[in-house]
Design a protein around this ligand. Structure first.
Ligand SMILES: *Cc1c(COP(=O)(O)O)cnc(C)c1O
Length: 399
């Protein structure tokens, strides 16, 4: 399809990754088919050699199925539009996209600074693999002042997530980009929260953006997906080679589902965000609520940064309840419309009781005895969700 003239993401998301017209028939399917194949065959050796030469130059040229066919290429285009990136690389989960970013940048004896609010399993990657590979990792509040004191001569990368996992701590990405530039570090940002639609780290100065497509991009809690995006040609080359060397590959059917999810990303994200604000409004009137963590909520500590750097919000929020651990457990168990489970970004509301052991790792958290509950607000009626939260709060407090 002719490239659309609009720069508005809502339009681009409907016009990117569509099938080309068949020149003989003069027609094309509206939905690009899932191109399932493990291997590619060539008309003759010249054709194969042309494809290999172009691949060797770093172009997206396919000689074998592992690199991904047209459906994958279409999804890569969608991620490039979302993140204002030059190239996107697909990985079989969000966590594997994180490992791709780490392995593309870091070598043995290198040091990486990691924001203490980053997705918990990054610490597991460190514990199980990075340590064994001789990569040094330090965790820090992600402010230039705090990071400065942790710099080492071998520091190569700054890895952050904004807003952070669990408490949605907004980071000042432009300030962190300046810090990274000054100290010659690659700045990689986990942008799963924004997923390119409401927050664009590459435009704010980051070098790499990582997204768990499992969440809002796929949007229907039915597949696992990760993507790594970059703009700089040298960095793209490193990611491209590492991606190929490590064998990251995803199913064409999952790419197809993710493209379908991306078409409705704007309306799903907007609706979840609007519902979440209604839930915040309700929670703020509850005597059992001590604090709400949601950057779009005006009382949130990160609200000014959110206003400056984001174009929207989503359905994620955490709430501190003046409950004992036992009462918080009763609250979670009493909810009927919220599934108890990990993940988020799908159509459905979810709840997770956050353990204090994880919270203590976050410098943003002021240690206290309150229970913290993380909610993903889905596409249900917000009135129904409020009624559900209200009855669960009553049940939890009733003993
Ligand atoms: C879920 C999540 C991931 C990991 O994605 P998976 O697809 O579950 O591996 C990474 N970062 C953040 C912020 C997440 O919420």
């Amino acid at each position: 399809m002719a490239k659309t003239a609009s720069a508005h993401l809502d339009t681009l998301l409907q016009h990117t990754g569509v099938a080309e017209f068949d020149s003989a028939r003069g027609s094309a399917p509206v939905a690009l088919p899932s191109m399932r194949t493990s291997t590619v065959r060539f008309q003759n050796l010249d054709a194969l050699e042309r494809a290999q030469a172009s691949k060797a130059q770093g172009d997206r040229s396919v000689t074998y199925g592992r690199a991904g066919m047209d459906t994958h290429a279409a999804l890569e285009e969608v991620f490039c539009e979302l993140e204002a990136a030059e190239r996107a690389f697909l990985a079989p989960s969000g966590l594997s996209a994180i490992t791709l970013a780490f392995f593309s940048v870091l070598s043995t004896q290198d040091h990486v600074l990691v924001a203490d609010c980053a997705y918990g399993p990054v610490r597991y990657l460190d514990k199980i693999v990075l340590g064994r590979m001789g990569v040094q990792v330090s965790y820090s509040r992600a402010t230039p002042a705090a990071l400065e004191s942790q710099l080492r001569p071998n520091t190569k990368m700054l890895y952050v997530e904004s807003p952070g996992s669990l408490l949605f701590e907004m980071l000042d990405i432009p300030a962190l980009a300046e810090f990274a530039k000054k100290h010659d570090l690659i700045l990689a940002v986990d942008n799963t929260w924004g997923s390119g639609y409401i927050y664009r780290p590459l435009e704010l100065g980051a070098d790499i953006s990582v997204v768990a497509g499992t969440k809002y991009v796929a949007g229907h809690s039915d597949l696992m997906l990760g993507a790594v995006m970059a703009k700089d040609p040298a960095l793209i080359q490193r990611i491209n080679e590492t991606h190929y060397a490590m064998g990251y590959s995803i199913s064409a059917d999952d790419a197809w589902l993710a493209i379908r999810g991306a078409r409705t990303l704007p309306i799903r994200m907007r609706q979840s965000a609007q519902n979440a604000l209604e839930i915040c409004e309700f929670l703020s009137s509850c005597p059992d609520v001590a604090r709400i963590y949601h950057p779009a909520w005006p009382a949130d500590s990160g609200h000014a940064l959110w206003r400056r750097d984001c174009t929207g919000s989503n359905g994620m929020l955490s709430v501190e309840l003046k409950f004992t651990h036992a009462a918080a457990r009763r609250f979670v168990d009493a909810l009927t419309l919220f599934g108890i489970g990990f993940s988020w970004g799908g159509f459905e509301s979810l709840v997770q009781l956050v353990d204090h052991g994880s919270l203590k790792l976050h410098g943003y958290w002021t240690p206290n005895a309150h229970a913290v509950v993380r909610l993903h607000i889905g596409l249900e009626s917000p009135q129904d969700l409020i009624a559900d939260i209200s009855q669960a709060l009553d049940q939890a407090a009733a003993i």
